[in-house]
Design a protein around this ligand. Structure first.
Ligand SMILES: [Zn+2]
Length: 203
């Protein structure tokens, strides 16, 4: 009886550890093969990484911009931990009724959400708000200011409803037709995506 109980406890512990491992190891269960994708691609950056090893999926056309963001981060010695890149919606947006201002660039793969890590400290949405900028380390201020000066990129901290952990290329406003097309292409890629089972984080 006692042996049975011990075995039961061990199995339960192993099970719980397994759940925790899977929960925090995104490479294990959420990465997709991207070789055959038309619009989406995986971004493996220097100073931009996915939270818990999440795969960063973006539109291929957003790549030059995310590289520039990565360069700004490198220059300022900060890390962006991305918790959202391309966002999958079950339904694509209806072409006839789409209002460009109300649709997110995440849905076309032209946006990232992130936390900032600098000198071992993490900075979240609250810390990064416009009114708190002056209190931030100079390196973070320089990073944000570089993004704001970029002629094509937007920092979410400048939105009417502040979203300081968001950076995008405003395809929704610049080219509504292309936004719709990219949304559809990304949706098709992601729906047909094949899981890539990576057990170990290779970084
Ligand atoms: Zn966002």
């Amino acid at each position: 009886m006692k042996q049975l109980l011990t075995a039961l406890i061990m199995v339960s512990v192993a099970f719980i550890i397994g759940i925790i491992y899977c929960y925090y190891s995104f490479p294990f269960w959420t990465h997709l093969k991207t070789e055959n994708f038309e619009a989406l691609t995986e971004y493996n950056g220097q100073n931009i990484t996915g939270l818990y090893g999440r795969q960063i999926l973006i539109n291929k056309k957003f790549t030059p911009y995310i590289i520039e963001i990565d360069n700004y981060a490198q220059k300022n010695n900060i890390k962006l931990i991305v918790n959202q890149s391309y966002r999958f919606n079950k339904k694509t947006i209806n072409r006839a009724v789409v209002n460009p201002a109300s649709v997110s660039n995440h849905l076309a793969g032209f946006a990232i959400d992130f936390n900032i890590e600098y000198n071992g400290v993490k900075y979240f949405s609250n810390n990064l708000k416009r009114k708190n900028i002056k209190k931030l380390p100079q390196n973070i201020q320089n990073f944000i200011s570089a993004v704001r000066k970029h002629k094509n990129l937007r920092w979410g901290g400048d939105f009417n409803i502040e979203d300081p952990v968001h950076i995008d290329y405003p395809l929704n406003l610049l080219n509504k037709e292309d936004w719709i097309t990219q949304n559809e292409l990304c949706h098709k890629d992601f729906s047909q995506g094949i899981p890539k089972w990576k057990i170990w984080k290779n970084k």
